[in-house]
Write a protein that binds this ligand. Sequence first.
Ligand SMILES: [Zn+2]
Ligand SMILES: [Zn+2]
Length: 174
Amino acid sequence: MLSNARTAYQIHNHERCINAALRLAREICQKNKVTLTPTKEQVLKLIWQSHRPIGAYQIQDQLAKIRHKAVAPPTVYRALKFLTKLGLVHKIPSLNSFIGCPFPNSPQSNLFLICEGCGNIAEASCSSVDLVLQKTCRDSNFNLNSKTIELLGLCFLCSESKTTPTSTEDSTAQ
Ligand SMILES: [Zn+2]
Ligand SMILES: [Zn+2]
């Protein structure tokens, strides 16, 4: 099973995540004979600024700030469509926002572990889940086009802070 849960929820050298994402993006674009234009790269970087999902309007806003001029919505949508199609970025339907894929070369299921405490999302990809899904679809004569599995809960850090009894009392006493 692939998963980036060990880094997604805690403080880490996120620069490494961004660099790895950009390196993979360039590799995948080259393989698909498409061009990662500066705009598309910038949008990918904005999505990868953290492990929290980001909406299209936020991307548009931040892109406009970087460029010191207005950015038309189609520019953002075109970039998002391009990045999503290549598997570099995933849309989280329930949040209507986007997250960078840590392992875009994996053909397996996209399981999203969404922390309701800190908002960070880790992705996991598990071949046995895939087999079950394939069998379910086969048995139901159902042609699967896409799959996004959202798991809601608390990451280990957020569940730790929830079970620490003193933390909330301390902050109100000060
Ligand atoms: Zn990171
Ligand atoms: Zn959390």
